[in-house]
Each structure stands twice: as structure tokens, then as C-alpha cells.
Write a protein that binds this ligand. Structure first.
Ligand code: AMP
Length: 469
């Protein structure tokens, strides 16, 4: 399973305005920066063609300088890319821009296709050549072919969607026209709203606050939306019998202020904390969050249990992400550099530490050890996501079974590994209750091993194929 193929856990935006879209595209990308810190880029229609600027780094580092300042256009799309080990810039910066028979085409993709290899093999056998190993390139090349047959972009998107399996939330621009579309299972979020001078599409609704706009709604699974400065037009493709919204968006990835499928992420995390405290109570003096990932979960746990909440760790915001560091010793050291205990919160106390999830257990083991060194009498760990035991094929960076601390281990065994007095995970039923979304409408493959699409060698949850007209 280990590969260095890019995983598109990213963020996308798209805008159609009556004035220059560039400043708002940049603002919106900064709001969804948490969805990807490796690379950023925008593409805009300048009246004749699509021009773009993209590169490695944070949004404010990339979208600056002369090349950026030269961009202007009323329609545009943008992308932030999540970093994984082993992926190179040339291949992975987006938006991807190509010239087609129907005009310039730009695409920004969040998600991961599960049939990318078979499509690529088929197309290569037909004589196609690819510049990159990304599944996004497959999509844009298929679009270009469809547009050469018929220049109608909606028809082309519909046709291409029939071939794609897996997760994709995409913003796309053909000349001045801006589109957003989402896979029929709705794995990754995508929403639309009004902003001054036009309309915008984005991975998360939080962008509408900073752009003085108003969130309107989620783009539906399987829906194609076209935005213009004055309108939103919707085209539906036949719905899948079930959706498969990724539960991890609410548990960890999305911003707490985002509203996805009508559920505010912050509120879901508070609910998780409440239910976790009912399911896995602890006798303790203080509830401490792992900043920032476990903060809302911990607050919920403290509210429901009546145990006081206090900050127990200072986070250094300027340390690079430890999760993606290539080897274990770097990850261990990274956690130590990132967090420092606040002694007065822990000394002589029974401490409950709350975080959103355990993947390898690196972060939590270091935190438990740090808590003990700060003088804690007992350390109880509570986790807002059920045990992660299966890889994600839909865009989250959890690739190999061997890395999961929880695989084939009891809570007692995990407690031993992370040196805690006890470990308690939220149950799958508890998570579904906290979300208020039926289990049949969620993707919980990483915690129950049941995949919503066919994956060779893995258990299929529902349908064999997706039905389209
Ligand atoms: P680990 O140290 O491997 O157990 O990682 C768990 C920590 O990383 C938790 O604090 C999560 O907030 C965070 N995390 C979980 N999944 C991911 C992911 N796919 N990318 C980055 N961080 C993650």
C-alpha cells in the first residue's frame, strides 16, 4: 500500500465576479490553508486566456510578487495542496491549466480517484501520454477529449464523471465559465455562496465570512454547479443510492467554524466530547486538550463530565507538521518541539488528555510522557474518533495498515504502548450520534473497514457500481 502517489487532501475555491476575483481568491485560500500547506495556486481568465500562478509554500508565500500582481480576471479558481512525503512540486501544484479545442481549461481537485490506474492504463494503451502521475491530470485530459467532440462543458463534465470512481470535489474553469462539481457519494465537502459582485464555490463555508459573503448551501453529491456574477445554475447527475460523507472532515480536518451537510464542525466536536464522557468516563481532576486538534472535543468532555477544563500544553505554531515527517525519530522529536507542558495544570493531578484521533500513537505517547514529567499523578487518554484500523483510499493521508496503533490491539494494549493509565475511544455508534447523520450516509471505512466503492481486496459496503443515465 505504501506509495508516493500524491494524496489530494486539499482545498479548492472558484469565483465568478463582476470585478477582479484575484484578491478574494487569495483571501479564500488563506481561510482554507489548513487543508493544505505544501503548495498553492490560482488561475484566472483575463479576457482572452487563462493565466495562472502557483508554487510550493503557504498561500501568502506563493501568491505574492510580480507574477502574482500581474494576474487579474473576473473568473478564477484556486487550490491549496496538502503535503505528503515523497511528492514533488512539478507534478502536484494546481490548478492544472491546458489549452483545448473549446478554449483554456483549468482544474483544481480535492480527493482521490480509486480507479485512476485503470483509466490511465486504458488511455496509455490508446496512445495517450501523461506528464504527471496525478489523477487530476487524467480528469483534465478526459475533459479535453470530450470538449474536442462537443464544446458543451456540462456535457463533458457529465461524461467524464461516468468514468470516475472515488472522491472528487472539483472547481473547473473553461474560458470565463466557472464550475464546481462533486462525486456522487459526496466524500469531500464543496459548497456555494454569494459574495459581493458574484458567487463563489469552496471546500469549506468559512470562506464566506472573510469575503463578506453568505453561505448558500452544499453542492449536492453528483451535482454540477455553474456560477456567474449574477447566477447559480445547477445540473444533477443521477444520485447514488447512498452518500459517503467522510466522517474525518468533522472529527479532524475541517475548520471548526465550517458547516458541512448542515452540521457545524465545532458543534459536532462538542457532541463527540459529551458522548465520549458518557461512554468512557474518568475519575480525574482536570481535562486537558491536545492543542489545537482536541480542543473542542475536550471542552465537550469537560462540560458533560463536570471535570474542570484547563490548558495543559503550549503549542509552538511555527514547527512544521509532525504527522508527515518521514521517519519515527523525526516525528518523536517534532512532537517535543511542538508542545510544552504547563506545569501548574498537571502537577499532582489526575489528568484526562483529549485528542481527536490516534493514528500511529506517536503524538499521544510523547504527550503522555510529557504529562508525567510535569508531575501528573495519573494520565487518562480519551479519543474522539473510534480506533483507526484501515487505510483511506479517498484522500486522507493514512496509508498503511501497519502504522495503525489500534489494529489488532485492545485499549489496554494501546494504553501500554502510549504509557497511559487508561485509553478510551468513542464508539462508532457514539460518533454517528454526535454527527446526527445516518451511518449509511457516511464513509467510516478507516474505522470499520467497509469501503463505499469497490477497492480490490477490500470489503465493499453497498453498491457494486454507480448508476448514471
Ligand atoms: P499519530 O501521532 O500518528 O497518532 O497522529 C495523530 C495526530 O495527528 C492527531 O493529533 C491528529 O490530530 C493528527 N492527524 C490525524 N490524522 C492526520 C492526517 N491524515 N494528517 C495530519 N494529521 C493527522
Amino acid at each position: 500500500m505504501e506509495d508516493d502517489r500524491p494524496k489530494h487532501f486539499c482545498g479548492v475555491v472558484g469565483m465568478a465576479l463582476d470585478g477582479d476575483a484575484v484578491p478574494n481568491l487569495k483571501k479564500a485560500l488563506r481561510v482554507i490553508q489548513h487543508r493544505g500547506q505544501e503548495a498553492a495556486g490560482i488561475a484566472v481568465f483575463n479576457g482572452r486566456s487563462i493565466s495562472y500562478h502557483r508554487g510550493m509554500g503557504l498561500v501568502h508565500e506563493v501568491l505574492t510578487g510580480r507574477a502574482y500582481s500581474a494576474l487579474s480576471g473576473t473568473g478564477g479558481i484556486g487550490h491549496v495542496r496538502y503535503s505528503t512525503t515523497g511528492s514533488s512540486c512539478a507534478e502536484n501544484c494546481q490548478p492544472i491549466v491546458v489549452t483545448t479545442m473549446a478554449g483554456d481549461l483549468a482544474l483544481a481537485h480535492n480527493g482521490d480517484l480509486v480507479n485512476a490506474n485503470s483509466i490511465r492504463n486504458r488511455l496509455q494503451a490508446e496512445g495517450w501520454a501523461f506528464l504527471t502521475s496525478t489523477d487530476s491530470e487524467i480528469i483534465i485530459r478526459m475533459m479535453a477529449t470530450e470538449l474536442s467532440i462537443n464544446p458543451d462543458p456540462i456535457r463533458a463534465i457529465k461524461t467524464v464523471m461516468k468514468s470516475l470512481e472515488g472522491s472528487y470535489s472539483i472547481t473547473l474553469m473553461l474560458g470565463s465559465r466557472v464550475f464546481g462539481f462533486r462525486d456522487p457519494l459526496g466524500f469531500r465537502p464543496l459548497c456555494v455562496g454569494k459574495i459581493p459582485g458574484g458567487y463563489a464555490i469552496a471546500s469549506e463555508s468559512s470562506i464566506f465570512e472573510i469575503t463578506n459573503g453568505d453561505f448558500i448551501r452544499d453542492i449536492l453529491p453528483g451535482e454540477i454547479v455553474e456560477i456567474s456574477p449574477t447566477s447559480i445554475t445547477s445540473t444533477r447527475t443521477p444520485a447514488s443510492p447512498h452518500t459517503a460523507h467522510c466522517m474525518f472532515e468533522w472529527v479532524y480536518f475541517a475548520r471548526p467554524d465550517a458547516i458541512i451537510e448542515g452540521k457545524e464542525v465545532y458543534q459536532v466536536r462538542l457532541n463527540i466530547g459529551h458522548i465520549l464522557s458518557e461512554e468512557k468516563p474518568a475519575v480525574a481532576d482536570v481535562v486537558v486538550p491536545v492543542p489545537d486538534s482536541g480542543r473542542a472535543h475536550a471542552l465537550g468532555y469537560a462540560e458533560a463530565s463536570g471535570i474542570p477544563y484547563a490548558e495543559g500544553f503550549m503549542k509552538n505554531r511555527y514547527i512544521e507538521r509532525t504527522f508527515i515527517m518521514p521517519d519515527q525519530s523525526q516525528r518523536d522529536e517534532g512532537v517535543l518541539l511542538k508542545l510544552n507542558p504547563i506545569r501548574s495544570t498537571m502537577e499532582g493531578k489526575k489528568v484526562v488528555i483529549v485528542d481527536d484521533s490516534i493514528v500511529r500513537g506517536t503524538t499521544m505517547r510523547k504527550i503522555v510522557q510529557m504529562t508525567r514529567r510535569a508531575g501528573a499523578k495519573e494520565v487518562h487518554v480519551r479519543i474522539g474518533c473510534p480506533p483507526i484500523i484501515a487505510p483511506c483510499f479517498y484522500g486522507i493521508d493514512m496509508k498503511t495498515r501497519e502504522q495503525f496503533a489500534a489494529l489488532n490491539r485492545t485499549s489496554e494494549q494501546i494504553a501500554e504502548i502510549i504509557t497511559a493509565d487508561s485509553v478510551g475511544y468513542l464508539s462508532q455508534e457514539g460518533l454517528v450520534r454526535a454527527l446526527g447523520i445516518s451511518e449509511s450516509e457516511l464513509c467510516m471505512a478507516c474505522i470499520n473497514g467497509k469501503y463505499p466503492t469497490k477497492i480490490a481486496g477490500e470489503e465493499l459496503r453497498f453498491q457494486k457500481t454507480l448508476e448514471f443515465c
